[in-house]
Write a new protein. Structure first.
Length: 426
């Protein structure tokens, strides 16, 4: 088992449009803190979102002793600690390193791996991808060249159900029903088929091939590559796989249009799934989540508890977590906003909380500025703070709809958001 200024939302950036960067990769990590308005910020990479008890305990202690008392979940199944003092860096590194969360200092910001959170728990995937996760993380940490990846580069390990393959990762390794594996290189419907045993090594080789192709472009991710370079990359990966003795061929496998997250509630015989309002967990909630079973954080700012008694579900609901599909918080997300972010034009988390109503058909994401940090993929309602109010846009895979700006009147804003989301269907 598994042990992201115009009057409408920005269209997808053309390949190569912003590939050349004027500075280095500024993504925060555990060993390199980021200065924010509410103190220093640490982003702890947790491959696949999988946390053992020792690591979960250390994270809770760090949030309580050094941070703002909360654990902030990210859209990649990682954890952010906020409100740190910059002088706390060495103590934080010692605490988390001692719990096994820093297996390689040189690679700590590039261990960006999302994985199907229900793999091996509900019997619906083609394979349990736990061995892939362990193997890929070990290979990344053992590769000198992989240390040169950006902190934004993303691997996805999908057990065949299509959940994390839909998240737009740079490289996706997907389980096949016949026991094999498929490797998707960028945003293409063409995949490279390999054996399951060769999957993690093929994913690492593809990442190293990207680094070579990106050397003179300044690209951090595959979508930043010039169009012709991106188009040639799968073929180059295939050539290098065969050169290394790996039996690989090309096939067609369209990327799923929608990423389906775990439905809150019971999962199989011994697991539970919950969503976390706005991705914020108090240390008390964190202890409740992580104290009874194996914890898996999801790319949808939720969690799966493996090996948990079903009686825990009621306690999690009483603690303020989302344990069923009827919650008004279902599908509601937001960036940190004010006062934590200097670029934000509003306290969007407070705005989101003030407008929570019946669950809607579409997810809604509140952003304090045009960057839309952490926004979802696929179809969603985009709410962005502007100097004139909040701009509401229906984002679809084929492009955004017509935006509507609503002044900062709570009632009017709540009504407009509810109308845009539409009623939830049974």
């Amino acid at each position: 088992m598994l042990a992201a200024m115009s009057p409408t939302p920005r269209p997808p950036r053309p390949p190569g449009a912003a590939g050349a960067r004027s500075g280095g990769d500024a993504c925060p990590g555990t060993l390199r803190l980021h200065r924010a308005d509410d103190g220093a910020l640490a982003r702890i990479r947790i491959p696949g979102g999988v946390l053992a008890a020792e690591g979960a305990t250390a994270l809770g202690q760090a949030a309580e002793r050094l941070g703002d008392g909360e654990l902030h979940l990210t859209s990649r199944g990682n954890v952010q600690l906020r409100g740190l003092a910059e002088a706390d860096g060495p103590e934080l590194a010692e605490l988390l390193g001692g719990a096994g969360l820093l297996p390689s200092a040189r690679h700590e910001r590039v261990r960006n791996v999302v994985a199907s959170p229900l793999s091996g728990l509900d019997g619906r995937g083609a394979a349990d991808i736990g061995p892939w996760l362990t193997g890929l993380d070990r290979l990344i940490c053992g590769s000198e060249s992989a240390a040169g990846l950006s902190g934004r580069f993303l691997f996805a390990l999908d057990d065949g159900r299509g959940d994390v393959d839909a998240l737009g990762a740079d490289l996706a390794l997907i389980a096949r029903d016949d026991g094999g594996a498929m490797l998707r290189v960028g945003a293409t419907d063409t995949v490279l088929t390999v054996s399951a045993a060769d999957g993690p090594r093929a994913a690492l080789l593809a990442a190293e091939t990207f680094l070579g192709a990106a050397r003179d472009t300044g690209a951090w991710r595959l979508k930043d590559l010039p169009r012709e370079v991106a188009a040639a990359l799968p073929g180059e990966v295939l050539r290098r796989l065969r050169e290394a003795g790996t039996d690989a061929v090309t096939a067609r496998h369209p990327r799923p249009a929608e990423a389906r997250k775990p439905v809150p509630g019971r999962v199989g015989d011994s697991a539970l799934a919950v969503d976390v309002p706005l991705g914020r967990l108090t240390t008390a909630q964190w202890r409740l989540l992580s104290g009874t079973g194996g914890l898996r954080l999801t790319p949808w700012r939720g969690a799966v508890v493996a090996g948990a008694a079903h009686g825990l579900l009621g306690a999690l609901g009483s603690a303020g977590l989302i344990t069923g599909p009827g919650s008004g918080w279902a599908g509601v997300g937001a960036c940190v906003g004010r006062p934590g972010c200097a670029k934000s034009l509003a306290d969007v988390r407070a705005r989101a909380a003030a407008t929570v109503g019946p669950p809607g058909r579409l997810p809604v994401y509140w952003s304090g500025c045009e960057r839309r940090c952490g926004h979802p993929h696929g179809e969603w309602i985009d709410v962005v703070a502007t100097p004139g109010g909040h701009r509401i846009t229906h984002v679809r895979p084929d492009g955004p709809g017509t935006p509507v700006t609503v002044r900062d009147d709570p009632g009017a804003l709540a009504a407009a958001v509810a109308s845009a989301r539409g009623p939830r269907t049974a």
